[in-house]
Ligand binder design. Structure first.
Ligand code: ME8
Length: 682
């Protein structure tokens, strides 16, 4: 196996998982991608040539079925959701150098080349498979018919097909030797132990083609088979660089960046990345990635945030109300990387106000404002430093030494705690020096040099915080940099100009720009606004919902429990019992009043008659139904949903509708026969 020669310039190739396009992106996807972006930015800031890849995983039975349910072709369906991922990444200021879709020609060509290579080298043979398959995880399950999937608990399906097989069993010993020789290959330790135990348990050959559906990449020379979606997906890490291409520019990129330095993944897909992927690469004679690093799960309501449970929060909601930087900061500060951590709106707003609005943001605006007030925005020559300045410089230098190491070790939470320790130290220094207060016995002329010293020193320390915070707070750090008169931070950082941030970089004579708002304080209604946005989105996109998902989206949550590693995620549930269903009170109601909710383009306010009572319900259907046409219509409602407020109005129940097309357009449920108002659906 060829290693990159040590003399080559330093390069860094980092990847996220490529995300399934069966549903829209949520905070869990954003989390992994934000972590990669912060790492990629920090590498670039160190002057390291970096390549950051993300993309979408668009083939397979799961996508084919989701598209069918939405009444679209898989290609249309995949294009729409892939576009949403791409738009979100740009909204969150992610700096991926490429975005691969597995439906692209360049990928297809590379996957077919990999398959042919493995077959030519004798690692793929034809056989027949009869066994269980989990469509949700696209995973072969070694268990008798009727068994649930050991990973997600959903029922497995029996597959009996003639397939191509990959000789995974031939790699058992080599993989174990590799893990042993490269302890850094699988991180963190807990994942490494799991993977080693799995391989020690014995590896069976792996079926790498399917014939019972069409939505995939055909096996070269035997087109009735499509290539197993995980082989297809994993190959993205090399096809995006140019593997399989004849173009010299692609070949050069592949040579420059492969092997990857880090595949960042969620912990549930460790086996695919740490067993199958290295075995495929070994079989193809390609170097192995240097590390596979797994993040823990973002939990919401104590379960893994996931589209199948329905307990998702969208990143757009947080970005809209508090800004993209707030989300980036919160996720990295709140969650201990590698462990599971809770998301709550309360802890988000608390951190935002505490650390960003009242902390860093407030500090910057005070210092910038005073520099304008006392020195017309021009950094003055400063008199010699006193004890307090020397102490602040020492604090900054100690942070400059420890923060990068903590960041490099992916201990983002601690790194930010360290950096915010410096924010607090600057605050304390300012308060103690109080440059705005001139003691009566001191003349104006005597006071000016002291003010110059304090403001110059505080601004310099802010410069240090800002340079270090840039990978996590790119938008706000760039604003601060401009205010400090230092120009374009994005450009400086991306081109390695922040390689060394030594104390004293803010020169006298530098002209500050006008102050600009950074983190306006989140008011009391911030959480309600976010919940409203989530509700409106849920109501309009997924009108037919289960009780659990509706409640999790609607009811405010308990106060924050920070990065709680002890809360185990519940297995995802596929089936409910009849008793579960009976808990949902579905009833026929008649619309008495229907009108638009002011300032909302999605919500209608309905008053409905249930026979024994009248209710107000808000429904996210305004873009699809004229209110006047609904009056008199009989609809189905979820009658025992906990009440919630949207736009200041209480909603008591939910209208049931089918969700159609990839926009999730609602179509209200109704009856062909006449039904009495109030009747229960069972
Ligand atoms: O597994 N907490 O795609 P996927 C933390 N296509 N991270 C989360 C998360 C959560 N609650 N939910 C999702 C696939 N993620 C395959 C991958 S790679 C060759 C193919 C993140 O859409 C996390 O990184 O199910 C997880 O591994 C990934 O999204 C799964 O995305």
């Amino acid at each position: 196996m060829k290693e990159r020669p040590a003399t080559q310039p330093e390069r860094f190739y980092i990847t996220t998982p490529i995300y399934y396009v069966n549903a829209r992106p949520h905070l869990g996807h954003a989390y992994s991608t934000i972590v990669c972006d912060a790492i990629a930015r920090s590498k670039r800031a160190q002057g390291i040539e970096t390549w950051f890849l993300t993309g979408t995983d668009e083939h397979g039975q799961k996508i084919e079925r989701s598209a069918e349910q939405a009444g679209r072709t898989p290609a249309e369906f995949a294009a729409a959701i892939s576009g949403e991922f791409r738009a979100l990444w740009s909204r969150l200021n992610l700096t991926n150098d490429d975005f691969i879709r597995t439906t692209e020609e360049r990928h297809k060509r590379g996957v077919q080349k990999l398959f042919a290579e493995l077959r030519d080298r004798g690692f793929i043979y034809k056989g027949s498979y009869s066994g269980q398959y989990c469509v949700s995880d696209e995973l072969y399950v070694d268990a008798p018919p009727g068994s649930p999937c050991p990973d997600c608990g959903r029922p497995t399906e029996t597959v009996s097909e003639e397939n191509y097989f990959f000789k995974l069993s031939a790699f058992e010993r080599r993989l174990l030797e590799y893990y042993e020789a490269h302890p850094e290959f699988i991180q963190p330790e807990a994942r490494r132990n799991e993977v080693i135990a799995f391989v020690r348990g014995g590896l069976k050959d792996l079926s790498v083609s399917r014939t019972s559906f069409r939505w995939g990449i055909p096996v070269p020379g035997d087109e009735k088979h499509v290539i197993y979606v995980w082989m297809d997906a994993l190959a993205n890490y090399i096809t995006a660089l140019g593997y399989g291409s004849d173009d010299p520019a692609d070949q050069e990129r592949f040579r420059r960046f492969w092997p990857a330095d880090m595949h960042l993944i969620g912990k549930e897909i460790s086996r695919f990345h740490c067993v199958y992927w290295p075995a495929f690469l070994m079989a193809a004679g390609l170097p192995l990635p240097k590390s596979v690093v797994a993040n823990g799960w973002l939990l919401f309501d104590k379960s893994k945030m996931s589209k199948s449970i329905g307990n998702i929060v969208r990143a757009e909601t947080v970005a809209e109300v508090l800004g993209a930087d707030a989300l980036r900061y919160f996720l990295l500060r709140e969650i201990t990387f590698g462990q599971d951590g809770n998301f709550t709106f309360e802890s988000l707003v608390q951190r935002y106000n505490g650390d960003l609005a009242n902390g860093y943001g407030n500090l910057v605006s005070r210092v910038v404002a005073m520099m304008h007030r006392y020195f017309d925005g021009k950094v003055p020559e400063a008199m010699e430093a006193g004890d307090a300045e020397r102490a602040l410089q020492a604090a900054a230098e100690s942070v400059m030494a420890s923060y990068p190491a903590q960041f490099e070790a992916r201990d983002f939470s601690r790194a930010l705690e360290t950096l915010w320790g410096l924010v607090a130290a600057i605050d304390g220094y300012l308060t103690a020096a109080a440059p705005w207060k001139k003691p009566p016995e001191r003349s104006e002329d005597d006071h000016r040099p002291l003010q110059a010293r304090v403001l110059g020193c505080a601004a310099e320390a802010i410069r240090v915080v800002t340079a270090l915070a840039w990978p996590i707070l790119p938008e706000s750090a760039a604003k601060v940099w401009r205010q400090l008169g230092l120009g374009d931070l994005e450009q400086a950082a991306q081109t390695g100009k922040l390689k060394t941030i030594e104390w004293g970089g803010l020169r006298p004579g530098t002209i500050f720009a006008e102050p600009a708002a950074l983190f306006p304080r989140a008011e009391k209604d911030a959480i309600e606004r976010m919940l409203n946005l989530e509700n409106e989105n849920n109501l309009s996109a997924v009108a037919a919902v289960s009780q659990t998902s509706a409640e999790s989206a609607a009811v405010p949550h308990a106060p924050a429990k920070t990065a709680d590693a002890t809360v185990a995620a519940e297995p995802e549930k596929a089936k409910i019992t009849i008793e579960d269903f009976a808990r949902v009170e579905l009833r026929v109601a008649q619309v008495l009043v229907a009108e638009r909710v002011p300032k909302s383009d999605k919500l209608l306010r309905l008053e409905v008659d249930l026979g024994d009572e009248k209710r107000q319900i808000l429904a996210g259907i305004a873009q699809h139904y004229e209110p006047e046409k609904l009056i008199g219509r009989k609809v189905v409602i979820v009658a025992n949903l906990a009440p919630r407020k949207m736009r200041g109005l209480e909603s008591n129940g939910m209208i049931v509708a089918a969700s159609v097309g990839d926009e999730g357009a609602p179509v209200l449920a109704g009856f062909l026969e006449d039904v009495p108002v109030g009747a229960r659906l069972k």
